[in-house]
Design a protein around this ligand. Structure first.
Ligand code: MN
Length: 319
């Protein structure tokens, strides 16, 4: 028995993560680029040796997790490498020149850019927040990828707040809501924005979050049937009209439901758009035709209907 146990080596968390990263990368990068990312991982792991996250995991787990979120957005190889290396200038003895020499100039510029943003982070008080935002926008003009790494970095830090003192958690969450979530929104990175908002809400108001989360789960159970009926009805009509559209149901983000309840002073039952259906069409004509079909099935509420094709959102979003 003992011998068997000896030969089974448990995979360490960082190995699991790098394997996950490579498998995501393999869906859109070629092998030479993936090899470069692995090289960045080996370099980063070595540089961060002896450093640990608060969770007790090896530090390198954090930058690899950051790289995974960016890989899910299909960011290019240099951006993924920069994500893996994003804390080496700040936290280890490695400098920008060494990164340029070992990898390339672009990677070193990206890491340097993220490091400059990190420096503002650490002194952030209310009065430096304006400065913070200004620097973010300046960095954005130089290379948008710096901000994308920074947002993914913040997301992972929010996901791993753990046992931090409540006061510190609240401060970080406030800053995330004030600065990072709106920037993610501006850039059209909606899934990151929603994750940031929900995590911040949870960190600031753990009880409210738990109660609302519970209520939503219950409501979801109760409404499952009606959601299925609506989805099937939509799909049938699409078929009848022989259009090439796709329907998917989605749940609205917890934080935006909370905001609605708070500002409109309504109960959860009165928040209409807890569930949403998305219909994907190939072109604008189909989209308007589909809208006619939907309005024929279900009456729109006067004053609540928005045409984001004719009037796009501020971030350019159209639907
Ligand atoms: Mn970091």
């Amino acid at each position: 028995m003992l011998q068997v146990a000896d030969t089974i080596e448990l995979e360490r968390p960082q190995e699991k993560l790098i394997r996950r990263l490579c498998s995501t990368l393999s869906s859109y990068l070629d092998q030479a680029q993936i090899d470069d990312c692995i090289r960045a991982y080996e370099f980063g792991a070595k540089a961060h040796t002896g450093q640990f996250r608060k969770s007790g995991e090896a530090y390198i787990c954090h930058p690899v997790a950051v790289a995974i979120s960016l890989a899910e957005m299909r960011m290019d190889a240099n951006c993924i490498m920069a994500a893996i290396l994003h804390d080496v200038i700040e936290d280890t003895g490695v400098d920008k020149q060494e990164l340029a020499k070992t990898f390339n100039r672009e990677v070193s510029e990206l890491v340097d850019g993220v490091t400059k943003l990190t420096k503002i982070d650490s002194k952030s008080h209310a009065e430096t927040q304006a400065e913070n935002v200004r620097k973010m926008f300046l960095a954005m003009g130089k290379d948008l990828r710096v901000i994308m790494v920074k947002l993914a970095d913040r997301l992972h830090n929010m996901q791993t707040l753990g046992a931090m003192p409540a006061e510190k958690k609240r401060r970080i969450a406030r800053e995330t809501l004030d600065i990072y979530a709106p920037i993610a929104n501006r850039l059209g990175m909606n899934s990151i924005r929603h994750k940031l908002e929900t995590l911040s809400f949870q960190a600031m108001y753990p009880r409210r979050h738990a109660i609302l989360d519970n209520a939503l789960k219950k409501a979801r159970g109760n409404r499952r049937k009606i959601i299925d009926v609506i989805e099937n009805t939509l799909k049938n009509r699409i078929k009848q009209a022989s259009m090439n559209c796709d329907v998917s149901g989605r749940e609205k983000n917890l934080y935006s439901i909370y905001q609605k309840m708070l500002h409109k002073k309504v109960s959860l039952n009165d928040v209409f758009d807890v569930y949403a259906f998305r219909i994907f069409c190939d072109n604008v004509d189909d989209c308007y035709r589909m809208m006619g079909i939907v309005h024929n099935l279900y009456k729109p509420i006067p004053g609540r209907f928005k045409d984001y094709i004719a009037v796009p959102k501020a971030n350019g979003y159209q639907s």
